[in-house]
Structures are given as structure tokens and as C-alpha cells.
Design a protein around this ligand. Structure first.
Ligand code: GLN
Length: 189
């Protein structure tokens, strides 16, 4: 199995390390080209700055090929900025991939200085959740399952092959969300 981490900007190294810690046999590919993308069975879109990542996705001609792979069923996981890019509606901005039926509001938890860690339940697993200028999920569509909440607000969601978290599991030592994502790829028919 090969897992790609979109490697244009953001917390790329941290995700690569986490996937390797889940299982050393999994190949991890930093994705920057269409060929890189073709070699992976699942893709992580990391946190960072969504405006920068969307601009780079356009200039690396990766937008359409990634969108097509997601539509064809490739498991994808967006963390933070990645969630913003996947969302079907972004408050005050145009959408990017628009494939995950949620509304998000960027930076709704406050500025960098308001970053925080909270313990919470992700699909029955209690874990630390790191929020860094996180987007807030303000609406969840009917076909979307909420996997985690913070203060009653969804912070992890899944819609079929699409997983998204407002928080950053790669910034902790807890690799269980990475393991969950590997499970999504494993169970894909
Ligand atoms: N604030 C960033 C954005 O709006 C997301 C922050 C993150 O990915 N840690 O794109």
C-alpha cells in the first residue's frame, strides 16, 4: 500500500512520520506531480494555509487529477486546511474541491495565539486534539457522519471515502487517526 501526502505546503513531514509509525511496510509518497498521485492508494491533504495550498495545486496542475481520483473512490483525508479545500461551502470564499457536504468557516476558533489542545472522543477513541487556526464546521450534510465533536461542534467527519478533521493528529504522538485512515484504504473494494 502507498499513501500519498500532498507535499506543496504545510505539515507534510509530520504526516509521513505518523504513517510510517503505524506500519513500516506502508510506502509514503510526498505528492507533487500527477505521476506521484498515480502511485498512491490514498491521499492526505495536510494542514497549512489553504489559500497557499489551493494556489500551488493550481500551478502544479493537480486540482483536476486529485478531484477525479476522489470521485473515483480514492480515500482522502484532509486535516485543517485540507478540510477547507474538501468542503462544499467555505464562508465568504469560493469552494475548491467541494466534494464533502459540509460548510466551514476559516479561522473561526481565533488566531494563532488562540491555538489549543483539547481531549476528545474520535470514533470511540479518546485522544488529544490540536487546533491551530482551525476552520469551524458550521453545517453537516445528511450523508456525512460526525466522528468527533468539540463543545458540541463537529471536528471530524466522514462521507464515504472522504475523511476530514479540523484538528491535527499528526502534531501528537497518537497515531490512531492515521491508523483509522489506513483502515479506510484497506477496506476499500
Ligand atoms: N487557518 C488556515 C486556513 O485557513 C488553516 C490552519 C491549519 O491548517 N492549521 O487555511
Amino acid at each position: 500500500m502507498n499513501i500519498g501526502v500532498l507535499a506543496l505546503q504545510g505539515s507534510v513531514k509530520e504526516h509521513i512520520k505518523m504513517i510510517t509509525s503505524v506500519n513500516k511496510k506502508i510506502g509514503v509518497v510526498p505528492v507533487r506531480t500527477i505521476d506521484d498521485l498515480a502511485s498512491v492508494d490514498g491521499l492526505i491533504i495536510p494542514g497549512g494555509e489553504s489559500t497557499t495550498i489551493r494556489r500551488l495545486l493550481d500551478s502544479f496542475d493537480l486540482s483536476t487529477p486529485i478531484r477525479e481520483r476522489i470521485l473515483a473512490g480514492m480515500p482522502v483525508w484532509g486535516t485543517c486546511a485540507g478540510l477547507i479545500l474538501l468542503a462544499s461551502h467555505i464562508d465568504g470564499e469560493s469552494t475548491y474541491f467541494g466534494l464533502l457536504d459540509v460548510d466551514v468557516k476559516r479561522n473561526a476558533y481565533g488566531r494563532q495565539i488562540d491555538s489549543f489542545v483539547a481531549d476528545g472522543d474520535f470514533d470511540g477513541m479518546y485522544m488529544p486534539m490540536v487546533f491551530i487556526r482551525a476552520p469551524m464546521i458550521t453545517r453537516v450534510g445528511d450523508g456525512v457522519t460526525v466522528l468527533a465533536e468539540h463543545d458540541g461542534v463537529p471536528v471530524a467527519v466522514r462521507q464515504g471515502n472522504i475523511l476530514a478533521t479540523a484538528f491535527h493528529p499528526e502534531m501528537t504522538r497518537d497515531s490512531r487517526v492515521h491508523k483509522y485512515f489506513v483502515g479506510m484504504i484497506d477496506s476499500k473494494d
